[in-house]
Design a protein around this ligand. Structure first.
Ligand SMILES: [Zn+2]
Length: 487
């Protein structure tokens, strides 16, 4: 984007593709055509960056955040497991922050972990700036981060009930035997042990039925009255069978939200070839009809956020090239591809960029207590901006994968929409034409300030084409102006 040849229009009432919507539009003065759309930088509220410790071989702060910047993501929030040590004490959080410093291309927030026995560390972690907590109701796959029992959840909720934080759940749980031999079997749900060839995706899918998710959700909802003011959140919701339960809980006044992931919305079990373990994740990618239900829940506002759950590993552990779904590491790499992934599928489903921006920027920022600072283009907010060309497309090859291990189920897929530039707090950190700003290096901050709600008023934007040299964008709200200057 050459500022001297560019005009920018911002309006709260633009008609874009037949819809009245707030929009910022970039026009090339050379060609006279609309080229790009400005969006707030994405806030990916669920990534695993795995550093420090031996799993830094899987992903690290430098590569993971570089991949984020490539895709218009300006904030990531790192999960508390897979790094060694896990983020379950203040001491461990400090080690992680130390490891991240100077390596991050985008701003980074951190979640704390709830594991059996660390309830006395939780308030201290809130004080030190974790943006929420995560726990597992089923085996996490890593020994440093054991699953919690109902009693552990109760203890964590007691500790956190008056804290300004968020408690998140990996909501899969093994139903007790009495259930698995009762209704579940009558309804044809398979028991836990795999039945069938281990390379067949259908065998893996059947081993993690929707009942695991509904059973976990039921337990979480039952525990909610222990801490009625504490927001609860379901990470990577996959099974549509959870949706009526979630709706009922919300109607009953329980503070509970849910996210889903790019892959549950855009990939389908029917298309996954035997042995293609790049698609393994937990909970699993389900059938196409299930994805349809997740899209409807997003459109209805029942699910509020979409995240990557970027969770890579090395090719040998992923069994790339064909393998046993049960032996392969579970996790999908998508950080930095999400916007194009969602746009490619979403536009076929009548979704516009405002919807996508709400799910991937505004609502994710709100989830992690960053609204007022991140997730919107508005006065007083960080100038984190994604310049997106929705009409171009590209094929995903290793050169579009900036994460450490170049493995993703989106490889060789053609995606619509290209991120042309990414701006972090007013500085251009990535451009499609000139790459990353290596001279400036990684400029990302650690987001360890307290969680915040939105404090600035809703802005009314007035249409404001650039100055004669087109070097500024004027967004006016209640007398305040934000200017975005070129590098
Ligand atoms: Zn995850």
């Amino acid at each position: 984007m050459d500022p001297s040849k560019t005009a920018i229009f911002a309006s709260s009432n633009a008609i874009v593709n037949g819809k009245l919507t707030p929009a910022t539009i970039v026009v090339s003065q050379e060609t006279g055509k609309i080229t790009n759309v400005l969006m707030p930088g994405l806030v990916d509220a669920h990534v695993h960056l795995n550093e420090p410790g031996w799993r830094t071989e899987w992903e690290g702060f430098e590569t993971g955040t570089r991949a984020a910047a490539f895709g218009g993501v300006t904030t990531v929030v790192d999960m508390p497991l897979n790094a060694i040590p896990p983020t379950t004490t203040v001491e461990n959080l400090k080690l992680k922050v130390e490891a991240a410093k100077g390596q991050c291309w985008v701003d980074v927030g951190f979640y704390g972990g709830v594991i059996p026995g660390n309830e006395k560390d939780l308030k201290d972690l809130v004080r030190e700036g974790v943006r929420g907590f995560k726990c597992f109701l089923i085996d996490s796959g890593v020994e440093e981060f054991p699953a919690v029992s109902a009693v552990d959840v109760q203890k964590a909720m007691e500790e956190l009930k008056d804290q300004d934080t968020l408690l998140m759940f990996h909501a899969e749980k093994l139903p007790p035997l009495s259930m698995s031999v009762g209704d579940a079997v009558l309804h044809g749900d398979p028991p836990m042990a795999p039945k069938g060839r281990l390379e067949a995706y259908s065998t893996f899918l059947a081993s993690r039925p929707p009942a695991f998710e509904t059973y976990a959700l039921d337990e979480i909802i039952s525990a909610a009255p222990i801490a009625p003011n504490l927001p609860l959140h379901i990470v990577h919701l996959s099974a549509v069978q959870c949706l009526p339960m979630l709706k009922k809980a919300q109607e009953d006044g329980i503070k509970i939200t849910a996210e889903t992931c790019f892959h549950y919305l855009t990939l389908a079990a029917e298309d996954i070839k035997d042995g293609d373990t790049r698609h393994k994740c937990c909970p699993p990618i389900r059938e196409r009809a299930n994805a349809d239900g997740l899209w409807n829940a997003l459109k209805d506002g029942l699910i509020t956020t979409v995240v990557s759950d970027h969770s890579p590993c090395t090719p040998n552990l992923k069994l790339v090239g064909g393998g046993d779904f049960f032996q392969a590491w579970g996790g999908i790499s998508t950080v930095g591809l999400g916007l194009s992934v969602l746009w490619t599928e979403g536009k076929k489903r009548g979704v516009n960029l405002c919807d996508i921006s709400r799910w991937t920027s505004e609502e994710t920022a709100k989830q992690v207590g960053l609204l007022g600072k991140k997730g919107k283009i508005a006065p007083g907010y960080d100038a984190d901006i994604c310049v997106f060309d929705p009409d171009s497309s590209f094929k995903v090859t290793t050169s579009e994968m900036h994460f450490k291990n170049k493995i993703t189920p989106y490889e060789e897929k053609v995606l619509d929409g290209i991120v042309c530039e990414t701006w972090l707090r007013g500085k251009r950190i990535y451009s499609k034409d000139s790459g990353f700003d290596e001279a400036a290096g990684p400029l990302g901050d650690m987001l360890l300030d307290k969680r915040q709600e939105e404090t600035v008023p809703i802005m009314t934007v007035t249409a404001s084409p650039g100055e004669s040299d087109s070097k500024t964008v004027g967004l006016t709200a209640a007398g305040s102006t934000m200017e975005i200057l070129p590098n």
